[in-house]
Write a protein that binds this ligand. Structure first.
Ligand code: SF4
Length: 355
């Protein structure tokens, strides 16, 4: 939370900031509302710009707090307009955010950890192992930094997915605080429908997410229809196998009309067989869900192959005919290696070589 003697302002959600300002300065709650508005809605980085706060108080805030932005180390633009941002954090770690351009919308994919402990076999981030959790200011900082950049291009994004580096539910508290900030109507004001947290299947954290009414939608990476295959691909399946995961999803308290996205990264010859297709509807029975088929991005270079377009289309047709709302998410920004969940560790390798 601190940077030298300063404290990161982006590490407080509104309730926490209200308590902090009361405790530290004896200030009433409207001061927290002012700060949330300035920092998250208007993206002000300097207290001197907060014109409705008297100068002595602005100076006191300036002495106490820092308004964080990650340093932009690199920005790549793909042929399809998708942009990848490489951010350098205060301790020198790097994380990536990707602004994905689709015909009808822009979606920001953010990271929640440096590296990841989950060890999924199809994911390059897994090779880094977990270095550390991101603090809330480092998560929300990605959003603000990309908003700054997009604003210069006259663009606005209104979808955010936690599908970058890291397992978001493994950094539960910091991610939840970031979700509350993103949802705060005085600040970013993203509806829970516009923010999606994607998990590899951490059952206790999923239960908490549902019980606490997290202001976000949930996506779960299924990626297999047998425990044998899923345990090989996603090692935590050994702890929380498919049926445990599905029964948790069936019982999850969700707001009305909320549906869980079931992600299925399609790996040729591994999880796309006839038997898989036959088993999937039964596994998902009574789970309030839609299915997102994700053709594997071979750029990850981990030895897996993407099935043919025809094969993927056949899966989609079959699942649609079984009554499942099913979409195919083709990777964007493949020429800049920007697929969500497969973010490059290339930068780490570069650093290791140069440093
Ligand atoms: S797919 Fe997601 S959860 Fe699995 S190792 Fe990669 S970043 Fe972690």
């Amino acid at each position: 939370m601190s940077c030298g003697s300063h404290v990161e302002l982006l590490d407080f959600d509104r309730a926490e900031l209200t308590a902090e300002l009361e405790q530290r300065f004896g200030l009433p709650a409207f001061r927290a509302r002012q700060l949330i508005r300035w920092v998250h809605k208007f993206r002000v980085k300097d207290f001197s710009e907060m014109t409705d706060i008297a100068k002595p108080l602005r100076e006191a805030f300036d002495d106490a707090y820092t308004i964080y932005r990650p340093e932009l180390a690199e920005r790549q633009v793909s042929r399809d307009g998708t942009r990848k941002y490489l951010f350098r954090l205060s301790d020198g770690s790097a994380v990536e955010s990707v602004l994905i351009k689709q015909t009808d919308r822009l979606t920001l994919c953010v990271s929640s950890q440096v590296g990841c402990a989950m060890g999924c076999k199809f994911c390059r981030t897994a090779l880094m192992k977990l270095k550390r959790n991101l603090a809330t200011h480092e998560i929300v900082g990605q959003v603000l930094a990309v908003q700054d950049d997009a604003a210069e291009l006259g663009e606005v994004f209104n979808n955010i997915v936690f599908m970058g580096m890291g397992e978001p539910l493994h950094n539960y508290d910091n991610v939840m605080r970031a979700l509350r900030l993103l949802n705060d109507e005085l600040g970013h004001d993203f509806s829970y429908r516009k923010v999606t947290v994607s998990t590899s299947g951490l059952v206790p954290a999923i239960e908490r997410f549902g019980q606490e009414g997290a202001p976000a939608s949930l996506a779960v990476s299924l990626n297999a229809t047998s425990d044998d295959v899923r345990s090989q691909l996603i090692p935590i399946n050994k702890k929380w196998p498919i049926e445990k995961l599905m029964s948790t999803l069936r019982e999850l308290p969700l707001n009305s009309n909320r549906r869980i996205t079931i992600e299925y990264v399609m790996l040729a010859g591994v999880n796309d067989t006839k038997d898989d297709l036959a088993r999937l509807p039964g596994i998902l029975k009574d789970v309030p869900c839609k299915i997102n088929l994700i053709p594997y991005n071979e750029n990850a270079g981990l030895g897996f192959k993407r099935p043919s377009r025809d094969h993927i289309a056949k899966w989609q047709d079959r699942l649609l005919s079984r009554g499942f709302n099913t979409t195919v998410r083709w990777s964007k920004g493949e020429d800049i290696d920007a697929a969500c969940g497969q973010l490059a560790t290339a930068n780490e390798a570069k650093q290791a070589v140069s440093g």
